[in-house]
Write a protein that binds this ligand. Structure first.
Ligand code: FES
Length: 137
């Protein structure tokens, strides 16, 4: 049996159209919680293609999408983590390790790693021994 409303919902009760869940959630957060969520953002510096751009990103955000939103072009191949065309070097810095540590990530599927003070994302360097990217992939 279908239920029908006798009168339309007031505007405040109607579902919001055009707002994302993230926007709705952020709007619902108390100011202290919203500030804490904002603090979780980490500065990410992309050094790719001869330019350097720094943006704030949330841990877990896709690296390729963060780069794209920042106007940084990371070449894509399969977009599924299989080919390695999008590999980047991710340098991670924390207050306990200011010299940083690095790893290689496939930007199309990798997220911004959590728990670091700042990140640098660079092109994978060329290597005389291993060839194109210096890594075995
Ligand atoms: S584009 Fe193929 S692994 Fe990322």
């Amino acid at each position: 049996m279908a239920h029908r409303l006798a009168r339309p919902l007031p505007a405040a009760a109607a579902p919001s159209v055009g707002r994302t869940l993230r926007q709705q959630t952020a709007a619902a957060l108390p100011p202290a919680a919203a500030a804490a969520a904002q603090k979780a953002a980490v500065p990410v510096t992309f050094s790719i293609g001869g330019s350097e751009v720094t943006v704030d990103a949330q841990p877990g955000q896709n690296i390729w999408e963060v780069a794209k939103d920042a106007g940084v072009d990371i070449t894509l191949g399969c977009s599924q983590g299989a080919c390695g065309v999008c590999e980047v070097e991710v340098w991670k810095y924390s207050s306990a390790d200011s010299s940083g540590s690095n790893s290689v990530a496939r930007a199309c599927i990798a997220g911004i790693p959590p728990g670091y003070e700042r990140l640098e994302i660079r092109e994978v360097p060329e290597d005389d021994f291993w060839g194109v990217d210096g890594y075995d992939t």
